[in-house]
Ligand binder design. Structure first.
Ligand SMILES: CC(C)(COP(=O)(O)OP(=O)(O)OC[C@H]1O[C@@H](n2cnc3c(N)ncnc32)[C@H](O)[C@@H]1OP(=O)(O)O)[C@@H](O)C(=O)NCCC(=O)NCCS
Length: 151
């Protein structure tokens, strides 16, 4: 990354329960598709946070949350989810720092694959992951089955 980034101006810390409302606002502002009646409801979110307290991370400038990433793993593979940076704070290395912190925290568990699903029209996110050494695995078809209280 270039010297124009100012990493000293933001910090990274684990998500707390009190962050929930700010995170929902940040995701909405970032155009993230949310399931507020499902897996992004407050109760579902807090249950997930208990499972991955050190992989759910925010970047802050003072008290303000400017970025978020939700890391998870299934014991074999790590996942980078719900990455978003506030539009006013982009291109300052915040997403890169969040992904690196999350990726590192997953790998210290002995998990050697960390993955992210990026929509095909999301050039910014694709460029970010490329920059960080992730390589696109194609062709992949993504199948899913919805159902249950937290979809
Ligand atoms: C994608 C996103 C998280 C990037 O956040 P960011 O903090 O601006 O990214 P960074 O500053 O850490 O970028 C690091 C590198 O990634 C690449 N990159 C990031 N955004 C880019 C863009 N819009 N266009 C081209 N390259 C980009 C660049 O190589 C950049 O390094 P550089 O600034 O030195 O050129 C942000 O644009 C965002 O929140 N988008 C909306 C939500 C989203 O798409 N989330 C990802 C879901 S998979």
């Amino acid at each position: 990354m270039t010297a124009s980034h100012e990493p000293s101006l933001f910090s990274i810390r684990p998500v707390t329960a009190d962050d929930y409302e700010q995170l929902i606002s940040l995701w909405i502002l970032s155009g993230t598709h949310l399931e507020i009646q499902g897996r992004e409801s407050k109760s579902a979110f807090l249950q997930q946070l208990e499972q991955f307290p050190d992989l759910y991370l925010v970047a802050t400038v003072g008290e303000r949350i400017v970025g978020v990433v939700l890391g998870t793993h299934d014991g074999r593979k790590g996942w980078i989810n719900r990455l978003a940076v506030h539009p006013d704070d982009r291109r300052r290395g915040i997403a890169a720092a969040l992904v690196i912190a999350c990726d590192t925290a997953i790998r210290v568990r002995g998990i050697g694959i960390v993955t992210a699903l990026v929509e095909s029209d999301n050039a910014a996110s694709a460029a970010l992951f490329e920059t960080l050494g992730y390589r696109e695995d194609v062709p992949v078809r993504y199948f899913r089955k919805l159902g249950g209280p937290s979809t």
